[in-house]
Design a protein around this ligand. Structure first.
Ligand SMILES: NC(=O)c1ccc[n+]([C@@H]2O[C@H](COP(=O)([O-])OP(=O)(O)OC[C@H]3O[C@@H](n4cnc5c(N)ncnc54)[C@H](O)[C@@H]3O)[C@@H](O)[C@H]2O)c1
Length: 350
């Protein structure tokens, strides 16, 4: 499966040309309440070849990345007369593009869609790889398809209205790209004096390129693509658990904790040198406010991990880095080892 073309920078002219060359029966912009206000008007103002369109709006947030939301969207498409020659343009963060891609790839067995990611996280990560989907009763990305959009259009100017907390969430995935595949990328990002949207914009394409190469080597995640899940076995469990509280963590915030605990796991398994593990811990600690994990939560987290899509034969599988810039996958760890890594993390924080 070839990756979709990615255009970076001034994207309106690319979209305009595409709409001019293709005669779609209907065009639907899918937005959430925030991208409707902050992003869609900027995009529409620059489009000359758009005569008629409909706007579909969903509530913002991971808690709405559900089959109920998608079911309402399928109904809306049907009621608005969408046929197989319709186009969906997803304008939003990873929740929106994952869900919009799933909606489009299943409606009438698949209609075309374009992704315009508007958060840092969705630009550097969710934009590449053709994965889309929804959560199921809190279990992350349990249902979905591998379907490539027609194209991905990335403009860093959308990041100007994004909260700094969301920028740091996206930075987490950029740091992961460095840790699994490219030490220079990790060094460049950690050493930046500040981490606002303007400072990070020059590194967006580097992250995309790392992910694109991994995905193209293994599009359906039979092997090497699993390295992109570093930090996510534990991180997704923490994210799922936190979504049930009044103060949910953002995806990247949960993944940061996941990466640190999995670095301890890698060290304990003898994959990762203590020196590298310490550098990883120091790097994250300089960028993120971290706190301990209540040991009473660990059994719940292990239960969430038991649903992880990488698991085989009921054993929890991890992707673990073996040095900064290199990652291995299909590492089985038992509960005792996972518990010890949580304990090491809590001791380090204290
Ligand atoms: N498909 C993939 O390969 C892949 C990879 C990584 C993450 N993901 C998924 O991505 C999701 C997280 O994505 P996210 O962090 O972008 O979250 P998100 O889509 O919830 O967006 C975060 C918030 O920012 C708002 N927002 C979006 N763009 C904005 C802008 N330009 N200005 C102001 N506000 C804006 C949104 O309305 C939302 O409130 C998770 O569901 C995760 O599973 C998918």
């Amino acid at each position: 499966m070839k990756s979709a073309p990615i255009h970076f920078g001034s994207i309106a002219s690319v979209l305009d040309q595409y709409l001019h060359e293709n005669n779609f029966s209907n065009i639907f912009f899918l937005v959430d309440e925030n991208t409707h206000v902050h992003c869609l008007p900027i995009l529409l103002a620059d489009l000359d070849h758009l005569s008629a369109y409909e706007i579909l709006e969903v509530d913002a947030g991971e808690e709405y990345k559900t089959i109920e939301t998608v079911s309402n969207l399928w109904l809306a498409l049907a009621e608005l007369g969408a046929d197989r020659n319709a186009l969906v343009i997803n304008v939003g963060g990873g929740v929106l593009t994952d869900m919009g891609g799933f909606m489009a790839s299943t409606f009438k067995r698949g209609i075309k869609f374009i992704n315009i990611p508007t958060t840092l996280l969705s630009q550097v990560d969710a934009s590449v790889g053709g994965k889309n989907g929804i959560d199921l009763e809190g279990m992350k990305n349990m249902v979905g398809t591998f379907t490539q959009p027609e194209m991905v259009l990335i403009d860093p100017k959308f990041l100007k209205t994004l909260e700094q907390r969301q920028i740091k969430s996206g930075l987490a995935e950029m740091l992961k790209h460095g840790l699994i595949q490219d030490r220079d990328h990790w060094d460049n990002l950690v050493q930046l004096l500040s981490h606002n949207a303007d400072d990070l914009a020059p590194f967006i394409m580097d992250s995309i390129e790392i992910k694109r190469q991994v995905v193209e080597a293994d599009p359906y995640e039979k092997g090497m693509r699993k390295i992109l899940n570093f930090g996510h076995t534990i991180g997704h469990a923490i994210e799922s658990e936190s979504l049930e509280t009044d103060f949910p963590l953002l995806h990247g915030e949960a993944i940061v904790i996941g990466m640190i605990i999995e670095a301890f796991l890698a060290e304990q398994k003898g994959f990762l040198a203590t020196e590298d593990r310490e550098e990883i811990c120091d790097g994250f600690a300089s960028l993120y406010a971290l706190s301990t994990i209540d040991s009473k939560l660990i059994p719940h987290l292990l239960e969430w991990m038991s649903y992880d899509k990488k698991n085989e034969n009921h054993a929890i599988h991890f992707s673990l880095i073996d040095q900064i810039g290199s990652c291995t996958y299909n590492v089985v760890c038992n509960e005792e080892e996972i518990n010890a890594a949580f304990e090491a993390y809590n001791t380090w924080i204290n």
